[in-house]
Write a protein that binds this ligand. Structure first.
Ligand code: RP5
Ligand code: MG
Ligand code: MG
Length: 279
């Protein structure tokens, strides 16, 4: 596996001047000794205001890391993470990011998301050698990046429920009964295809994103033929995108999409194609 790169980008997302300490690839791992390492400390003011979705600014107030803490799941897909003796802050299992504190993230430690991977076969396969999938993607409002229409798991939800809810919010902008029923059908045979750390630009040394990707594939095209996509919530745009070349997707979404492509036996576009600059 490769080291995280988006989690080391500066300036920190949503800021003009928060610069992460530069962390070279060779020093991402905590196993590499770096006695002088000093990360830039930053937590966004909206997080420090202690809204209901965020933890106490003092990590010492958190008693149950690595387990369920009331309704908050503080377990990591990466196994047990370390907690700093002095500060009681969790340590990012994927390594150094150059930033300490929580940045834009509410929870110390893992912040859990779910990503719906909704696919069907592209209609026009006439000039294609292999079967090509198309997928529902959004452009994110926060950075215009092309992304899966995913979001944070709410308290008490599992990843399937969250992926479906986020799809309704961001890709359908609807909670009409008929639309909900249509999406329920689409997700009836949905499958969890990824449960892991994600290389999200918001990650810090003490707070990071993890996600479970939910694959909902419409084999016949029947379930999605009347789907009326409409961007909502944190999505600026939504569209079906043909998977015949590499797109520059947000966080670790490209890895999730490739798993779905392989699973459905579709054209593995990344073998022949170079990186595209479209966002
Ligand atoms: C990514 O951030 C996840 O894979 C998911 O798509 C997303 C969740 O955050 P929001 O969309 O709620 O900002 O790391
Ligand atoms: Mg959302
Ligand atoms: Mg979202």
């Amino acid at each position: 596996t490769s080291v995280h790169t988006r989690a080391r980008q500066s300036p920190y997302v949503g800021t003009k001047d928060v610069q992460r300490t530069a962390v070279p690839d060779s020093k991402v791992s905590w196993k590499v000794n770096w006695p002088d390492y000093k990360a830039t400390e930053y937590t966004a003011s909206k997080v420090l205001k202690n809204p209901p979705w965020a933890d106490d600014p003092d990590a010492k107030k958190i008693k149950s890391f690595n387990e369920f803490d009331g309704k908050i799941d503080r377990r990591s897909f990466m196994g047990e993470y370390e907690i700093d003796d002095k500060t009681n802050r969790p340590r990012n299992p994927a390594g150094r990011t150059g930033l300490s504190g929580r940045g834009l993230l509410g929870h110390w430690g893992p912040n859990h998301a779910a990503d719906p991977v909704v696919t069907r076969w592209a209609k026009d396969q006439s000039n294609l050698k292999e079967k090509v999938l198309e997928i529902v993607l959004i452009n994110r409002k926060d950075n215009n990046h092309l992304a899966l229409p995913g979001g944070m798991i709410d308290e008490g939800e599992n990843a399937f429920v969250a992926a479906k809810r986020e799809f309704l919010e961001e890709a359908m902008n609807s909670n009409d009964d008929a639309v909900v029923e249509q999406i329920d059908k689409l997700f009836e045979n949905a499958d969890s295809i990824y449960k892991d750390y994600v290389d999200d630009p918001r990650n810090t040394d003490n707070a990071w994103m993890e996600s479970e990707a939910i694959d909902a594939h419409d084999e016949t095209g029947e379930l999605t033929k009347d789907l009326r996509l409409e961007a909502g919530d944190d999505a600026a745009k939504v569209k079906w995108v043909q998977l015949d070349r590499v797109h520059n997707l947000y966080a670790s979404h490209e890895s999730m999409v490739r798993i779905a492509v392989k699973k459905h036996g579709a054209y593995e576009y990344w073998h022949d194609n170079q990186h595209s600059s479209e966002t």
